[in-house]
Design a protein around this ligand. Structure first.
Ligand SMILES: Cc1cc2nc3c(=O)[nH]c(=O)nc-3n(C[C@H](O)[C@H](O)[C@H](O)COP(=O)(O)OP(=O)(O)OC[C@H]3O[C@@H](n4cnc5c(N)ncnc54)[C@H](O)[C@@H]3O)c2cc1C
Length: 336
């Protein structure tokens, strides 16, 4: 029998495993959000919200085969064709990006070459990320940098597909899972998802807890220029620099992240992060043939080097850590 929003409510929302990706509300005008929690009015039981949710059943191997045209040999990182270190050669992007600026450089290239009409990104409103349809280099640069709370990016994707746009989508592993589940439905949209770019992710923070915590420890959001997570530290740069051990912030983690086993956005065409690379560089995992193609197109816009065994081990270690820690929570939630 088809599942409906009430099943989503019992299996995901009431279990506290919703990741607020926006998928359930992106293709249904009867799903709304309050305090980052979905609710429905006048649901007509079509089941799409349940089918696209990254927290309901997902067959990763089958999606990997369908969208990446490969079968994983590496259980920790998923299927990939190449892993490299890269950083942008664009000075302006270097000034606004989080790490090596590979993501922003790639998006600008796709847009300026006419490969896409728009990019779905997360724009910061005083560090609160909101889904945004970027249609120019300026839009993309204004949305660069990491925001460490959850963004319902699928909401902008739904709107862009409705408008008939060809898009590149940037998101966390949970977003990418939702996008692949959506594509797997073979639903006829007006627009098209041309490329998915996944960001490495250990977890996001629950936004109300996170912003309250920053206030309590005396951080004025208006003065923050950059947040970062490196080597077990949460770093705040603005009026000076603060470093907080990430283990002291574990209580701020979004509940819905505790059951996620995907660190490296295993279903994305291309995954981007920093672990495994020197400061100011990105670790880039090229997974699909499409990713290899677009990478060819930006070779003169980025500097590239080998990741090396040490870098690869650091990446594997973090991905493995997320899987093993969250597997315990997943088992506990199934038992419950
Ligand atoms: C919540 C979070 C946790 C992360 N954890 C890790 C980690 O543990 N280890 C690691 O190596 N890397 C992690 N990353 C990835 C890292 O912070 C950089 O995003 C990545 O290295 C890309 O760098 P860049 O210079 O190419 O990014 P940029 O060129 O600055 O582009 C970043 C892109 O990400 C989008 N974005 C920013 N925040 C969000 C968000 N919350 N949701 C969706 N899209 C967003 C922006 O709109 C922009 O398009 C994390 C990122 C996020 C957002």
């Amino acid at each position: 029998m088809r599942k409906s929003f009430s099943d989503l409510m019992s299996d995901v929302i009431l279990e506290d495993i919703c990741c607020y990706c926006g998928a359930c509300g992106a293709f249904c005008e009867n799903v709304f959000y309050e305090n980052e929690t979905p609710y429905a009015k006048n649901c007509f039981d079509c089941g799409m919200c349940y089918d696209v949710c990254p927290r309901t059943e997902i067959n990763v191997e089958s999606l990997e085969k369908k969208f990446l045209n490969g079968v994983r040999e590496d259980e920790t990182l998923g299927f990939y064709r190449e892993i490299i270190c890269a950083r942008t050669l664009d000075e302006e992007i270097r000034g606004v990006c989080q790490d090596g600026g590979f993501t922003t450089t790639l998006l600008v290239h796709l847009l300026e070459e006419g490969i896409v009409d728009a990019c779905i990104v997360a724009k910061s409103y005083n560090w609160n990320p909101q889904p945004f349809i970027a249609k120019s280099r300026k839009d993309i640069l204004e949305s660069a940098g990491s925001k460490y709370t959850q963004c319902p990016s699928l909401l902008a994707l739904g709107k862009a597909l409705d408008e008939g746009l060809r898009v590149a989508f940037v998101g966390l592993p949970c977003h990418i899972q939702a996008v692949r589940k959506l594509q797997d439905l073979d639903y006829a949209f007006n627009g098209e998802i041309v490329l998915t770019v996944g960001l490495f992710c250990m977890e996001t923070f629950n936004s109300s807890k996170f912003f309250r915590y920053l206030e309590e420890i005396g951080i004025d959001l208006d003065s923050v220029r950059r947040f970062d997570i490196k080597k077990g530290k949460f770093i705040v740069e603005g009026d000076g620099r603060r470093e907080i051990p990430i283990k002291d912030m574990k209580h701020l983690m979004r509940d819905g992240c505790r059951v996620c086993l995907d660190f490296s956005a295993e279903l994305a065409d291309v995954s981007v992060g920093s672990v495994g690379s020197p400061n100011g560089w990105n670790t880039v995992i090229l997974r699909s043939e499409k990713a290899l193609d677009v990478f060819e197109g930006i070779k003169d816009k980025v500097e590239v080097k080998n990741i090396g065994e040490k870098g690869l081990n650091a990446l594997r270690k973090l991905a493995e850590m997320k899987k093993s820690e969250n597997m315990k929570n997943l088992k506990a939630s199934i038992v419950r």
